[in-house]
Design a protein around this ligand. Structure first.
Ligand SMILES: [Zn+2]
Length: 424
């Protein structure tokens, strides 16, 4: 074999597992593998996981923080206005360079698949062209899936639907939308119908920004679920954000959850950005804004977490670390039980991989040899420590290494040579 990782703990709880790799594929996953390999890694009983997957990102805006100014109010709407100021000054080169830099960060963090929305409301489509080129260039290292996103509204922004169709023709993968930003509730519903019909006709997936609002009357998710059901798009549609569900009354939600489940619509929450942008008009009590993740999981709905933004008009923080995303989700949703904490790890690995439709994802024979060796024993500890990514492996090759955090202390009464791992 080309590479064997020995003594791995896996996210499903198996321990002392050896992972054999030939070329770009995993060929064996079993205890005490008898084979030998030209390269071996001793995982030292630490966690080896399939890579992190970000189900919701905006790579065309990433790393543009402060251009041309920062978001003073911190609201979603000022962020959209700020992006509108920045758009006319964008160049294809600048978008491409920032995106490539972010992909470097992502790979180092073990984030090897990203679904990024790309704004199609600029008729020049220069961000689309830049990200299609980024997707081609980073393909050996990272799966970049693009969503045609009419940021200023499909019906509200002149020419947006034509631009969206052109973007799909240029190589964008998924149909996006933003019904809550159309002029009326009726226009929002119409945009969902048009976009879902277009996706059904083209055989494409759908991922809409939906109800990113604290207004409990923002109910476009109901229409998205109904259109998904009507058009037979089950398993191919995601609703991103759904923050208005945080503020809806429980009676209505008790009808809505089974509707989402029946339609097979997946949900993508964005904890870092939801907790930052939502509740801005509240005094106290101040709502958290993130959608109802534990209730959705209990109803059998697929829920993934996205990073959404890193250093852009909406959010000036972040570094491409999906463990930070899961850490915030766990706190915002109070998912502190053991099973709930593990579910937060699943929401940045297996579930988004399924939503993106990634082929060969997992730690089983036949899967791509895409793995991350973490300085943590299990998924919950990985989230707690935002653990170091000791090695990132893509298609059988080690593409990034990071040393384990270590401290050397000589406290009174202790041997001076004690090296120990931080916090473990
Ligand atoms: Zn978004």
């Amino acid at each position: 074999m080309d590479l064997i990782i020995r003594n791995a703990s896996l996210p499903d709880g198996r321990t002392q597992i050896d992972i054999g790799i030939n070329g770009a594929r995993i060929v064996a996953v079993e205890p005490a593998l008898a084979a030998t390999a030209s390269q071996e890694i001793d995982a030292q009983c630490n966690l080896v996981t399939p890579p992190f997957v970000d189900a919701h990102f905006h790579m065309d805006a990433a790393l543009s923080y402060g251009l041309p100014r920062v978001n003073a109010s911190g609201t979603l709407l000022e962020g959209i206005a700020l992006w509108g100021e920045l758009k006319p000054t964008l160049t294809q080169h600048a978008v491409l360079e920032r995106a490539l830099q972010y992909c470097d960060w992502a790979v180092a963090r073990g984030l090897l698949a990203i679904r990024s929305h790309v704004d199609v409301c600029d008729p020049r489509l220069l961000a689309v062209e830049a990200l299609v080129e980024v997707k081609r260039r980073v393909a050996p290292y990272l799966d970049l899936q693009l969503v045609a996103f009419p940021q200023d509204g499909l019906l509200r922004s002149p020419g947006a639907f034509d631009n969206l169709k052109r973007a799909i023709a240029l190589g964008v993968d998924v149909v996006g939308g933003i019904p809550h930003f159309e002029r009326t509730m009726a226009d929002g519903a119409k945009s969902i119908r048009l976009l879902c019909e277009f996706a059904a006709q083209k055989g494409l997936r759908v991922d809409m920004h939906c109800d990113e609002s604290d207004d409990p009357m923002s109910r476009h998710i109901e229409t998205l679920a109904a259109e998904t059901h009507r058009l037979g798009l089950q398993g191919r549609v995601a609703g991103s954000h759904l923050t208005s569900m945080h503020s809806m009354n429980n009676d209505y939600v008790s009808k809505l959850l089974p509707l989402i489940r029946e339609a097979g619509v997946a949900v993508i929450a964005n904890p870092l950005v939801n907790i930052t942008l939502q509740g801005r008009a509240d005094t106290y009590p101040k709502r958290r804004g993130m959608t109802r993740v534990p209730e959705m999981l209990a109803a059998g709905i697929d829920v993934a977490f996205g990073h959404d933004c890193v250093m852009d008009p909406w959010y000036g923080f972040g570094s491409g670390d999906m463990l930070e995303v899961a850490h915030m989700a766990l706190h915002v949703a109070q998912m502190t039980g053991v099973d709930a904490s593990r579910a937060c790890f699943t929401a940045i690995t297996q579930t988004p991989a399924r939503i993106l439709g990634l082929e060969g994802y997992g730690v089983e024979p036949g899967c791509h040899a895409d793995l991350v060796w973490l300085d943590a024993r299990d998924p919950v500890e990985a989230i707690r420590l935002r653990a170091a990514r000791l090695a990132v492996i893509r298609r059988g090759q080690v593409v990034s290494r990071q040393p384990a955090a270590q401290a050397t202390l000589a406290l009174p009464g202790r041997p001076a040579s004690v090296n120990f791992k931080l916090c473990r």
